[in-house]
Design a protein around this ligand. Structure first.
Ligand SMILES: Cc1ncc(COP(=O)(O)O)c(C=O)c1O
Length: 366
């Protein structure tokens, strides 16, 4: 195996906390134990369950409409993705083969696939299509040894939602080609399930990954959930035997309590996100140097700047001169854009950050 680095995450960790006004982070404002109606004495320390904390599996199964044996609990969505890639690309099962990832995309996913030795190629979600998936193009890129297709929904960086028709097409590809499709759904619950169904609903090798970091405001818990067929979930737990052995029980116990209040948490998230997105929309529409594919909901957006600027240099310039953090599109594979994350800032800070952004993209020297 080769670990050449998860480049986006390195950049994000190095830049974390540097700017007073930060639009780099894609998390949601944190929830407290008190808001969940929990005291520390309510949190389990020990568990007798060998593969995944039983109460969390049970509530996740109930909330997401799957069977408990279709639930894998991992260390954040990050941990779930890594374990899913290990399970899907296992040499004992004919792997690692070929993997298709989206671009622009959350490149941590591509980077997490590479250590398993798979040949990673990308397919493009274009700005002009509103970052939709062109399934005909995707089909043309499949190889006989393609074992895995990885996408995000909502799309990171643009926030675009997959339409049910796109998901149905992905399921058809998984079925006819015999490959697994992993859909990272960490931002999905900002949008109603009826408009934006989870990938696992389509059965077969369709696999959903989600977590409590984004919509649920519990990024410090490091709890992620994967929903797949029971055989695949068993493989995932066999892989965890090589890692931490199991998740933290207190973390999983808090996650279980949080999911019992899922409706409230989702409502809270949408209540915080909607005015922030409206604020960003008003800003983008009023600024003739910006254009975007407007996301339907959520806490990230990916405007394009109508000036020929190097966006990596721009991000450094804004940090240095404007005390403002934004993430360059280059880290998602699309220079010329920046990703704005607005789930953490107070309304006043968001206003000030956007004001600085408007000034900064004008004053940066070419
Ligand atoms: C698409 C996507 N997946 C996963 C993650 C990480 O989630 P977690 O904190 O649950 O590991 C992020 C964080 O930015 C993300 O954008």
């Amino acid at each position: 195996m080769r670990f050449d680095g998860v480049h986006y995450l390195r950049w994000a960790k190095e830049h974390q906390g540097r700017a007073r006004y930060s639009l780099t982070c894609s998390n949601m404002r944190p929830v407290t134990l008190a808001e969940l109606g929990l005291g520390l004495d309510d949190v389990a320390i020990a568990s007798g369950d060998p593969d995944g904390y039983g109460p969390l599996k049970a509530v996740a199964a109930e909330q997401f409409g799957v069977a408990p044996e279709e639930v894998f609990i991992g260390a954040g969505a990050t941990g779930c993705n890594f374990v899913a890639f290990a399970a899907a690309l296992d040499e004992a099962d004919g792997g690692p083969g070929h993997v298709l990832c989206e671009t622009p995309g959350y490149t941590c996913l591509d980077d997490a696939v590479r250590p398993f030795g798979a040949a990673v190629e990308t397919f493009t979600r274009t700005y002009d299509s509103g970052f939709a998936i062109d399934c005909d193009d995707l089909r043309r890129r499949l190889r006989p040894d393609t074992r895995l297709v990885v996408v995000t929904n909502l799309h990171n960086p643009s926030g675009a939602a997959l339409r049910p028709a796109e998901l149905a097409e992905l399921a058809a590809i998984a079925e006819t080609h015999g490959c697994r499709v992993v859909v990272d759904e960490v931002y999905k619950d900002f949008v109603a399930e009826s408009a934006n169904p989870m990938a696992r609903r389509y059965g077969g090798r369709m696999t959903s990954v989600t977590g409590l970091s984004k919509v649920y405001g519990l990024s410090g818990l490091r709890v992620g959930l994967l929903f797949a067929d029971a055989a695949f979930v068993r493989r995932c737990y066999r892989i965890v035997d090589y890692l931490a052995g199991s998740n933290s029980v207190p973390g999983d116990a808090i996650a279980a309590a949080a999911l019992r209040r899922r409706d409230w948490l989702v409502e809270r998230a949408r209540r915080i996100a909607a005015p922030a997105l409206a604020h960003v929309r008003a800003h983008v529409e009023a600024d003739d140097l910006l254009e975007w594919a407007e996301p339907p909901a959520g806490i990230i957006a990916f405007p394009r700047i109508r000036r020929p600027l190097n966006t990596l240099v721009l991000a450094d310039f804004l940090e240095r001169e404007y005390d403002l953090g934004v993430t360059p599109g280059d880290l998602f594979g699309l220079p010329g854009h920046v990703r704005l994350g607005f789930g953490l800032a107070s309304p006043e800070d968001l206003e000030e950050a956007l004001r600085r952004f408007r000034d900064g993209i004008r004053s940066m020297p070419e």
